[in-house]
Design a protein around this ligand. Structure first.
Ligand code: NI
Length: 171
């Protein structure tokens, strides 16, 4: 396994729309394993392939406190969503140190392929529901800050660009 580089907002590659995985083969299983290692290393609850500059529909997530409930979603689809909405604070490994409130469906039913290529369905609520919707947005080229006001987004963009410059200088 190897650690992958996570793209940082406002990298334009984060706005690429992912294509469906044609076959869950050894290459995809390797990607899944590398994404898992990268997510756990970064202490994230979810990671979409888009964030590691691979534009195929693959998500890994683990919203458990114990960090041992890995979920692999390949070609995920939301097949049902609650009318009830829920607002919660979100963050993103591609937008470090930025947290803000986003409204999402409180519950979603998801169909996806697993690492074994087999289809499965599950209902998610709470953090898992937020995470699925957040990560599926990544596959559509959407970062959560795009739900915020233009003013907030501009401030975040400026802060991220400054951080990238500081990181380059090694500050
Ligand atoms: Ni994210």
């Amino acid at each position: 396994m190897s650690l992958l580089t996570i793209l940082r907002y406002p990298d334009p590659r984060l706005h690429t729309v992912a294509r469906p995985v044609a076959a869950v083969d050894e290459r995809i299983r390797q990607l899944v394993d590398d994404m898992c290692q990268t997510m756990y290393e970064a202490d994230g609850v979810g990671l979409a392939a888009t964030q590691v500059d691979v534009h195929e529909c693959v998500i890994v997530m683990d919203t458990s406190d114990s960090r041992d409930q890995l979920q692999v979603l390949i070609n995920p689809e939301i097949i049902a969503a609650s009318a009830e909405m829920h607002v919660a604070e979100e963050g993103c490994l591609s937008v470090p140190l930025v947290y803000d409130k986003v409204e999402r469906h409180a519950r979603v039913t998801v169909r996806a392929l697993g690492r074994d290529g087999q289809p499965h369905e599950f209902e998610a609520e709470g953090l898992a529901a937020i995470c699925v919707q957040h990560e599926m947005d990544h596959l559509l080229g959407k970062v959560f800050v795009e739900y915020l006001s233009a003013l907030k987004r501009d401030r975040i963009r400026t802060k991220m660009l400054k951080k990238a410059r500081d990181d380059l200088r090694g500050d």
